[in-house]
Design a protein around this ligand. Structure first.
Ligand SMILES: [Fe+2]
Ligand SMILES: [Fe+2]
Length: 238
C-alpha cells in the first residue's frame, strides 16, 4: 500500500482551490491520504468547509487527526463533524482499518522528551498538563490494542505532536517541551507499529526513529517543501 502523508496544511478561508491539484495527484499515485493535524489555521468551521470542498478532489480514503490549531476557536467538534461529513475519517478513539492495515491516530500533546519530560509534580495546572498528555497516550494505547486484538499485523500511527525529539531537533531548544512527548513513543514501542507520521514542528529533521526502532516521519508541509528535493507529501510504501 502506498501511503501519502502531510501535516499542517492550515487551510484558511482564502485557501479555496489551493489543494485541489495536489489531492488529485495523490489520488492518482497513492492508495490512502493521511493528514497529520492543523488541518485548519484557526479551527473555524468556515475553514473546515473550504477543506471539505478541496477534499472532493480525493478519490482515495482520507484519514486524519486534529492539531492544536484546529482547537483554537473552541469549535473542534464542529470542525471534526464537517470533515467527517466530507468522508474524512478523524481518528481519536477508534482505529481505522483499510486493506488489512491498521491506522491508529491521536492529536497528542505537549510535555517534552526523554529525561526532560514534565512530571506530575507541584501545582494543579502542571498535573493537568500531564493528565492531558496521558489521556492522549491511553487513547493511542487503546487503538493499538484493538488492532492487535483483531490480528492486524501492519499498523500505522498518525499524530500531530511528535513522539520523539529527533524529528523536531532543529526547532529552537526553548520550545522543545511544546512540540510533543516521549510518552507516545513509549506506547508505540510497547505495542508496536510499522511507521509513525506527525506534524506540528516546521523545522524537522524529516525522519527519525523511536528507541525501539520504529521509523518516524515529520511531514509538516513547510518542512516537506523545504527539503531537497522538495516534497508536497511524504510517500511511504507498506
Ligand atoms: Fe501547524
Ligand atoms: Fe501544530
Amino acid at each position: 500500500m502506498k501511503i501519502a502523508a502531510i501535516g499542517d496544511i492550515h487551510v484558511r478561508e482564502t485557501s479555496r482551490g489551493q489543494y485541489t491539484e495536489l489531492f488529485k495527484e495523490i489520488s492518482e499515485k497513492t492508495d490512502i491520504l493521511v493528514l497529520c493535524g492543523d488541518l485548519t489555521d484557526l479551527g473555524l468551521p468556515q475553514e473546515a468547509y473550504v477543506l471539505a470542498e478541496e477534499l472532493k478532489a480525493c478519490t482515495i480514503p482520507v484519514i486524519s487527526v486534529l492539531g492544536n490549531h484546529d482547537y483554537q476557536s473552541e469549535q473542534a467538534d464542529g470542525v471534526k463533524k464537517i470533515l467527517q461529513d466530507a468522508n474524512c475519517t478523524v481518528l481519536d478513539q477508534e482505529p481505522f482499518i483499510y486493506q488489512n492495515i491498521g491506522f491508529a491516530g491521536i492529536k497528542g500533546f505537549i510535555g517534552g522528551f526523554d529525561q526532560y519530560a514534565l512530571n506530575a509534580f507541584g501545582e494543579p495546572a502542571i498535573k493537568q498538563i500531564v493528565l492531558e498528555r496521558d489521556h492522549e497516550a491511553y487513547a493511542l494505547e487503546n487503538q493499538l490494542k484493538q488492532l492487535l486484538a483483531q490480528q492486524i499485523k501492519q499498523r500505522v500511527v498518525l499524530m500531530h505532536y511528535s513522539p520523539i525529539r529527533e524529528t523536531v531537533a532543529q526547532e529552537p531548544a526553548d520550545i522543545m517541551p511544546f512540540l510533543g512527548s516521549t510518552r507516545y513513543a513509549q506506547v508505540i514501542d510497547q505495542f508496536g507499529a510499522d511507521v509513525v507520521f506527525h506534524g506540528h514542528a516546521n523545522m524537522g529533521p524529516h525522519s527519525g526513529k523511536t528507541i525501539g526502532g520504529t521509523p518516524v516521519f515529520n511531514v509538516a508541509l513547510p518542512l516537506l517543501i523545504s527539503l531537497k528535493p522538495q516534497l508536497q507529501y511524504k510517500e511511504f510504501i507498506l
